[in-house]
Write a protein that binds this ligand. Structure first.
Ligand SMILES: [Zn+2]
Length: 348
């Protein structure tokens, strides 16, 4: 397996997020990826490489140029407002909901921070853009490897990406790495690409990016949005629109679902993907489905992830993995590498 690690991920190191009414230490921390790298040291699956820079045109094929420009310059603007801001994170607190205008970009920094976000749990920090851009480079490089004939490639993306949409961040995500990989696979000649999102949370960003496209099937297995974040998308009746009608499948499951129930949803997802007959697969790999996850409520055990990887390999498709959620930090390495080891064993 070709593996691309983001050398700048640790530059994104948020201090606090708004969580259940309080500012608490961030759940999405650099140690998450360090545990994955440590486990890959113990159970090597391939050489770990740094990616080449991501082409700007690829980023702009996924995200709005004005949004990317904002992410790039936001930290400098934040500190220019007040030098003391350098010791804080930028957290949004005002948003343009229904009836407000999103076409006019305000001059006010806080207003733009809200325009381009959807929650107060995703701090923008000094190193956010560097980390997000280099993470997208990992996703692009992994797609290039698969386009070049690799059976599978892993993008060790951090921050995660699947909640980020065309022009908004949230859910700890800034650049949608799974979408970058899918677009790069399309640009590389794949006629159809499927994205399978196995993170605990619905991949709202990925769904919305491809919702009206027939060339990318998006499938997500996740906690029911009636009770689980991101709440406002992810229902079973969202099936795509326009050209993309029938090209989105949501499999929401109740909190508390165990592996037997989750596995049934995975089988349904893989059947839908097989029917779509894609040339390549992107797996948005979150392991916050783990029973010990502090902010999620499925009940998968560490050993189950070997089975998950083997089942995904059974699709028989060239596969890019992007790293998404997983907040039981110490278990993150074992759980992620179990998926990959299960995949590799079954793909041989
Ligand atoms: Zn998640």
């Amino acid at each position: 397996m070709q593996i691309y690690a983001n050398p700048r991920h640790a530059a994104h190191d948020g201090r606090q997020e708004m969580f259940r009414g309080k500012l608490v230490p961030c759940h999405e921390v650099p140690a998450r990826l360090e545990h994955v790298l440590a486990e890959l040291g113990r159970r090597p699956l391939g050489e770990i490489q740094a990616p080449p820079p991501v082409p700007r045109a690829l980023l702009e094929a996924v995200h709005a140029p004005r949004y990317l420009r904002f992410l790039e310059t936001a930290w400098d603007e934040w500190v220019a407002l007040d030098a003391a801001n350098a010791a804080l994170d930028a957290l949004p607190s005002v948003w343009p909901v229904r009836g407000f205008r999103a076409d006019v970009e305000p001059d006010n920094f806080a207003a733009r921070l809200g325009l381009y976000s959807f929650d107060a749990g995703t701090p923008l920090t000094a190193g956010t853009w560097a980390a997000a851009e280099a993470g997208a480079a990992c996703a692009a490089a992994a797609a290039t490897a698969v386009t070049g004939g690799a059976r599978a490639a892993l993008a060790l993306t951090r921050p995660p990406g699947h909640h980020a949409g065309h022009d908004f961040f949230g859910g700890y995500c800034f650049v949608n790495n799974a979408a970058v990989a899918a677009q790069a696979l399309r640009d590389g000649g794949a006629r159809r690409v499927a994205v399978l999102d196995v993170d605990y949370h619905h991949g709202n960003g990925t769904q919305s990016l491809f919702y009206e496209r027939a060339d990318v099937l998006t499938v997500s297995i996740h906690g029911d949005p009636r009770t689980e974040y991101p709440f406002y998308l992810g229902h079973a009746d969202e099936i795509g629109a326009g050209h993309g009608l029938g090209c989105n499948l949501n499999l929401p499951l109740p909190a508390g679902t165990d592996f037997a129930g989750w596995r049934q949803a995975l089988d349904a997802a893989l059947a839908r993907i097989a029917a779509f007959a894609p040339d390549a697969l992107v797996v948005a790999l979150g392991v916050d489905t783990y029973e010990g996850d502090p902010i999620s409520r499925f009940r998968l055990a560490s050993a189950d992830y070997l089975t998950v990887g083997a089942a995904i390999a059974g699709a028989g498709l060239p596969t890019v993995f992007t790293l998404e959620g997983g907040y039981a930090v110490a278990a993150m390495g074992v759980n992620v590498v179990n998926v990959l080891e299960g995949f590799e064993a079954a793909a041989r």
